[in-house]
Design a protein. Sequence first.
Length: 135
Amino acid sequence: MTTMSTVTVAGNLTRDPEIRYTRDGQAHSSLSLAVTRRWQNRDTQEWEEATAFFDVSCWRELAENVALSLTKGARVVVTGRLEQHSWETEGGDRRTKVEILADDIGASLRFATAEVQRAQRHNGAHEPADEVAPA
């Protein structure tokens, strides 16, 4: 596994997030994001678009909040690290997959509104001690 650059992408979920728990109880969610770029062709003046699909993985509280909050079609903003995984198939072919290991995921407010509720913390070990809760 190789960790690459930090990225931020905005797009729509192509399916509901899937949540699973490890043997030691850590939550893991996986989701798929469609990111569409649209532009006007300078020669033809026609609108064109291209869509890229990204697999996104997240852990712990983020994974639980994503699974409870987001559904297929939701427009989100994902910030995280690109990770490359390589393996060999049974036929001996080499395969590579790049996914985003999310540090943060939020609803995009470009085309929607949202009502935000602060989630109850199960364990504050991941939060800075000097963080102040919003009023």
